[in-house]
Design a protein around this ligand. Structure first.
Ligand code: GAF
Length: 390
């Protein structure tokens, strides 16, 4: 991440609080190569960190309160005076008590304290170069940047897998969004030039080399500009359906279903489709990781296409702009493409020849034909995880 972003966050802190921050921390957004809606089913995922993310400029607060401000958000709730600062007493923190964007950092403080890390008050100024609602996990980046900032300021050492679990608790239990562990793990554990093969049951992560340029290829994110919010989408409904399918099959989670052969035992056709997606997606993740380990990046293209079809037809979380982007990209020479993230809006990931201009032109033309705003293309070099940047 550019030092310019770090300086800008520090300046934003100074403008809001009248002094310099003690440091600036950055956590990246994530792309997910493959493995969608598998994390909360104890399955496998293969995300990587983006070169964009969220900055948290921070300093301890002598009065033991949490003051928060974001360059991207109006204060709204708890706005004080002419500035855009939200002030929260640490002792009043309770799940659901802080609405809006400030719930994520406040939830991190709550979850840290619940886990036995009594972080003191702080002033935090947030800045981000990640498009929100684009399925690039801006909320996990916010949580993880703040978690890293506050633990380092307090001088407490929390190992990163535990910090990821704490950030997830902030989102699940404080904000109330039932996500899995993928996004927080990606923000805190990914390595530059690698994807992270994460076993979401054991918590074991393995870095797998991801270097499309060596094969004359590139990964691109296509932000379809159709916006989603996990809080409003059918994300929670899918989570519940997966639990129902596991119960009906007599297993703890869908991870435990050995193969699609067992699905005949599921009477409900909707639950059968949901389970089939999770089972086949887990298999695709493991196959993708094996291909990457052998340097066969091009082979991933077919798996991306299969993943998209499964998310569209079996899991039913795709959206029209994603389907149009995937079809146009593949027809114009992409080796594969699929919707990414929770679904119902956001981004597509595509594997392209290094000169991706034909694909870009074709996708933009397809959007023009539909009368939709032009999609935004972002490069997606596998980047480092969260760290102190100033
Ligand atoms: C969102 C969630 F936050 C993740 O935990 C994951 O479930 C993903 O949707 C779908 O794979 O990003």
């Amino acid at each position: 991440m550019s030092p310019r972003g770090a300086d800008q966050a520090a300046q934003w802190f100074a403008t809001q609080y009248g002094s310099a921050p003690e440091g600036v921390w950055q956590a990246p957004g994530r792309a997910n190569l493959i493995g969608e809606h598998t994390d909360y089913n104890d399955g496998f995922v293969l995300p990587f960190a983006l070169d964009r993310g969220t900055f948290a400029a921070a300093a301890p607060h002598e009065d033991g309160v949490l003051e928060l401000t974001s360059r991207q958000e109006p204060g709204g709730w708890g706005e004080s005076g002419g500035n855009r600062t939200v002030t929260i007493g640490l002792d009043s923190l309770a799940p659901g008590s802080v609405p809006g964007w400030a719930g994520y950092p406040a939830g991190v403080v709550w979850a840290l304290r619940q886990a036995g890390y009594p972080v003191p008050g702080a002033r935090v100024a947030v800045d981000s170069d990640l498009p929100q609602g684009a399925g690039l996990s801006s909320s996990a980046a916010l949580e993880c940047a703040v978690a890293l900032a506050l633990t380092e300021l307090a001088g407490v050492d929390v190992v990163r897998p535990e910090l990821a679990a704490i950030a997830r608790r902030a989102e699940n239990d404080f904000v109330g969004v039932p996500t899995g562990i993928m996004d927080q793990s990606a923000a805190l554990l990914c390595q530059v030039g690698h994807a992270l093969l994460l076993d979401c049951r054991s918590g074991e992560g393995d870095s797998v080399p991801l270097d499309p340029a060596r094969s004359g290829l590139a990964l691109a994110i296509i932000d379809t500009r159709a916006r989603h919010a996990l809080t409003e989408s059918g994300y929670g409904a899918r989570h519940i359906e997966c639990e129902e399918a596991a119960r009906a099959l007599g297993v703890q989670t869908l991870r435990d279903v050995p193969g699609t052969g067992s699905l005949a035992a599921l009477a409900d056709p909707v639950l059968r489709r949901r389970a089939r997606h999770v089972i086949t997606e887990n298999q695709r993740v493991l196959e993708a990781a094996a291909l990457l380990r052998r340097g066969k990046v091009a082979g991933i293209g077919r798996l991306l296409n299969e993943s998209h079809a499964s998310l569209r037809d079996d899991f039913e979380v795709s959206w029209p702009a994603a389907d149009v982007a995937v079809d146009a990209a593949v027809a114009a020479g992409a080796l594969g493409a699929r919707m990414m993230g929770g679904g119902f809006g956001g981004s597509v990931i595509a594997l392209l020849p290094q000169d991706g201009s034909a694909v870009r032109d074709a996708v933009c033309a397809a959007f023009r034909d539909q009368g939709w705003p032009e999609p935004q293309f972002l490069a997606a070099p596998p980047s480092p995880s969260a760290r102190r940047v100033l």
